[in-house]
Design a protein around this ligand. Structure first.
Ligand code: MG
Length: 392
């Protein structure tokens, strides 16, 4: 790709940062972009994808129609990108690649968050299962249909590596170079490590915020969560007259900041000690270099356990989860039993995959169709299929 300096290479990336001039490349080779680098191109392709737009109407914890102020997968992904970029810049990692991974990391999520994913995995049990990280990769590798020359978005290896945060060993064996690090456990590149933790910081904190706003959790219950309680006491002391809502925002922003600073400082120290000479060196290690300190991992764990017990397992969330599972299950069974119920494009895919892979192929096409649905589209399909008073 030549030695001409690009804007990116002039911004003093660390030697261990991903260098767009040294990417392992794309599955289908393309001429380099004119005024962007390869990772900017990755990010831009994600932003223009249909999957990215659908994130606006997919659930994080709360179903999309529950309220306008709750996070969706789109706003979540933007928060992950914001946190990831800020840290990448401080650590002199590649900001564009971090952003590309962050914006793409949830593209494979089903409607209705984890409930939908669990249900779809259950439906696909005999047909190879359903993994949401693998589905995110499938979206960017296969399912997006935007380019004349190839399927998918044809992203760089480094972006695809970051998107595939986890996968089963069975899937890893089928993925070639990308699956290797799961078979012989190794870390991905540093930007992938960073995007992964930026995701944790984003959802733990916004779930506290959304949980409090919804009234499903209370400030009182959060007394035992140090990370929250400590900041809440400070804010109350400094601003005794501040409204509770505004105090919560002030607390959540301090919690995010505390975690970002901890992650930045811990990682910086580890990077200094490791003294990596290039980005590939991180991939030879079994432990991540981008990480929280031990005390912060502990605090983070307490926060996650709190959220599981008080929010994700709250009876009102469980009711929604049960409904979501039923929607996914009934849609899958109906389409699988009678592929003629599928709209033309999905039906065509189902026929094509079935011709190549039998029932397993048909099931995969249906899983792709369902996984691509937004919450409201899935509810609409459910009504159109099962409610006799609805027009088909
Ligand atoms: Mg996420």
């Amino acid at each position: 790709m030549g030695d001409k300096p690009t804007v990116q290479s002039l911004t003093m990336l660390a030697p261990y940062a991903a260098d767009p001039l040294r990417t392992r490349g794309r599955r289908f080779s393309e001429p380099p972009p004119a005024y962007r680098n390869e990772y900017q191109r990755d990010r831009d392709r994600v932003v223009h994808s249909a999957g990215f737009r659908r994130l606006e109407y997919k659930t994080q914890v709360f179903v999309n129609h529950e309220g306008d102020l709750f996070r969706t997968r789109l706003t979540h992904s933007i928060e992950v990108a914001q946190i990831g970029r800020a840290i990448a810049r401080t650590l002199r990692l590649n900001e564009d690649l971090t952003e590309a991974i962050a914006l793409a990391h949830d593209l494979g999520h089903t409607p209705f968050g984890h409930a939908g994913q669990g249900a779809l995995n259950e439906c696909m049990r005999e047909f190879g299962g359903f993994e949401h990280n693998l589905q995110s990769l499938r979206v960017v590798d296969v399912l997006e249909e935007r380019y004349a020359e190839f399927e998918g978005l044809n992203l760089t290896f480094e972006a695809r590596e970051g998107i595939l945060k986890h996968c089963s060993l069975k899937s890893a064996r089928e993925l070639g170079e990308l699956g290797e690090r799961f078979l012989n456990p190794r870390q991905p590149g540093l930007e992938a490590q960073l995007a992964n933790l930026a995701d944790e910081i984003a959802y733990n904190n916004h779930d506290i915020d959304d949980g409090l706003r919804s009234g499903l959790i209370t400030v009182d219950e959060l007394r035992d969560v140090d990370l929250f309680a400590e900041h809440f006491r400070e804010v109350r002391k400094s601003y005794p007259a501040l409204s509770e809502r505004r105090s919560i925002h002030e607390v959540v922003r301090r919690m995010i900041n505390r975690q970002v600073v901890d992650l930045t400082e811990t990682s910086r120290a580890q990077l200094l000690t490791a003294a990596l000479t290039d980005s590939d060196a991180a991939r030879t290690l079994t432990e991540p270099l981008i990480s929280f300190s031990a005390p912060m991992w502990q605090q983070n764990l307490v926060l996650k356990q709190f959220l599981r017990k008080h929010l994700y397992q709250h009876y009102r969330v469980c009711r929604m989860t049960a409904k979501a599972e039923q929607v996914i299950r009934r849609l899958f069974d109906a389409f699988f039993g009678q592929p003629r119920l599928l709209p033309p494009e999905a039906a065509q895919k189902a026929r094509k995959y079935e011709a190549a892979g039998g029932e397993t192929g048909r099931a995969r096409a249906i899983a792709d169709y369902i996984a691509g649905m937004t919450d409201r589209y899935a509810i609409g399909e459910y009504q159109r299929l099962f409610d006799p008073s609805q027009l088909a």
